[in-house]
Design a protein around this ligand. Structure first.
Ligand code: SF4
Length: 405
């Protein structure tokens, strides 16, 4: 806990606003600009394990994954957009960002690479492809890099998981992960300061993920020696809600089920597979309520895609879910390469800022703690969470989960 002065708060708020603008607009740069940067050595690289966040494909050239805002408090994901008004340039040995002609970040601090990214599992798999560093001590495992909804023509219209596979699975050697690979990787990461893991992935045929998740939990427990390994299992709404008890028994501390869209009619169109194959939206809401019964209030998370449905509908959904004991992760819909909605635009930064300020206010109104937010989320570095921490005077290191000095 820290107490920011008014002046510090003002500066940090400006940094979060800039971050919001960058995440809405993306950043333009020449793809070879990073040849002077030790990507994959000192600095962490993008590993496209689930979705790629860029607007364009770049399968044969590595980009850094993210950087910190100038005061070092907020992580900003790099989203490549050659049409962005924000330009990243290499000048006199440093990297700078300009907003049109104005210098807004001088000498960017790229995020450092965790040591485990350079290691391999006992079967020779690169650990960086097994679990990604999502900041704040969180490791993210995407067991698959594909979603079976695509084959049925029912994939979510904002999602590019299968395009990501086509672009990056060969060049970055990304495959399905075995429980043993996951256990070994998490054990190494936890020794290096990480302390939370999310297991996620696309839909798999027959929806038999529960068996896999139980095997993964056992493998992590065995490799780390931790019965409670602070794990989040992210799954779609099942037909039989009693499976949530199995996830709990297996040792997961938190659950996540991502509704994505609040308005029922828009949900049906944007997420046809989630709507038609999982008992409809009603079953998604029932599943979330059931998860809260089994795991407890705010030990459950749901992600919503901000910017597809009308603002008031989205905010109604966010408040409904939070009031039901669910941590809601809201982040900018960023139209990325290969999704069915490629070519569309997300709303303005002002639109998103209004949603995020009101969302952060709701976290505070319902008394959710940062600890709960962090433990229920794969990436606790979205703008509403940054705003929440600022208003709550919570100062944490964005790379590992340690209180800032
Ligand atoms: S369920 Fe939807 S959001 Fe999830 S991986 Fe499949 S298509 Fe993407």
């Amino acid at each position: 806990m820290s107490h920011y002065s008014d002046e510090e708060k003002h500066k940090l708020l400006d940094e979060i606003k800039l971050k919001n603008r960058i995440l809405v607009e993306g950043i333009a740069f020449a793809p070879e600009v990073f040849r002077h940067l030790d990507i994959g050595g000192k600095y962490i690289e993008q590993v496209n394990v689930l979705f790629t966040h860029d607007r364009h494909a770049h399968s044969n050239i590595e980009f850094p994954a993210c950087f910190l805002t100038p005061l070092g408090k907020y992580r900003v994901q790099i989203r490549w957009n050659i049409d962005s008004p924000l330009k990243l340039k290499y000048e006199d040995g440093i990297y700078n960002i300009y907003d049109r002609k104005k210098l807004v970040i001088e000498n960017i601090e790229f995020t450092k690479r965790p040591e485990y990214y350079g290691r391999k599992t006992s079967d020779g798999t690169a650990m960086r492809t097994v679990a990604a560093d999502y900041g704040y001590g969180g490791m993210f495992v995407s067991y698959s890099n594909e979603c079976s909804l695509k084959d049925k023509g029912m994939d979510c219209l904002f999602c590019n998981i299968n395009a990501t596979k086509e672009i990056y699975s060969q060049s970055q050697d990304i495959k399905w992960k075995t429980p043993q690979q996951v256990g070994e990787t998490i054990a190494v990461g936890y020794k290096q300061g990480f302390d939370h893991v999310t297991i996620s992935g696309g839909f798999i045929p027959e929806r038999r993920e529960v068996e896999y998740y139980i095997d993964v939990a056992e493998a992590i427990q065995e490799a780390t020696g931790l019965e409670d390994f602070n794990g989040t299992a992210c799954v779609g709404a099942p037909e039989d809600l009693s499976v949530f008890e199995k996830y709990k028994e297996a040792g997961f501390r938190t659950m996540a089920t991502n509704l994505e869209i609040w308005n029922e009619k828009i949900f049906d169109v944007i997420c046809p597979g989630k709507a038609q194959l999982c008992g409809g939206r009603k079953n998604w809401l029932n599943a979330l309520d059931y998860e809260v019964q089994v795991f407890g209030r705010y030990n459950v998370r749901s992600t919503v895609v901000s910017g597809i449905e009308p603002k008031e509908s989205l905010l109604e959904g966010i408040e409904y879910l939070i009031s039901h004991g669910i941590v809601v992760c809201a982040s900018q819909w960023y139209v990325n390469v290969g999704s069915p909605l490629e070519g569309h635009r997300t709303p303005t930064e002002e639109w998103h800022w209004d949603v995020f300020e009101r969302t952060a206010a709701m976290y505070r109104k319902y008394g959710i703690s940062w600890e709960k937010i962090r433990n229920a989320n794969a990436n606790a570095d979205t703008v509403p969470y940054d705003l929440f921490r600022l208003y709550e005077n919570i100062d944490v290191n964005p790379r590992y989960y340690r209180a800032a000095d």
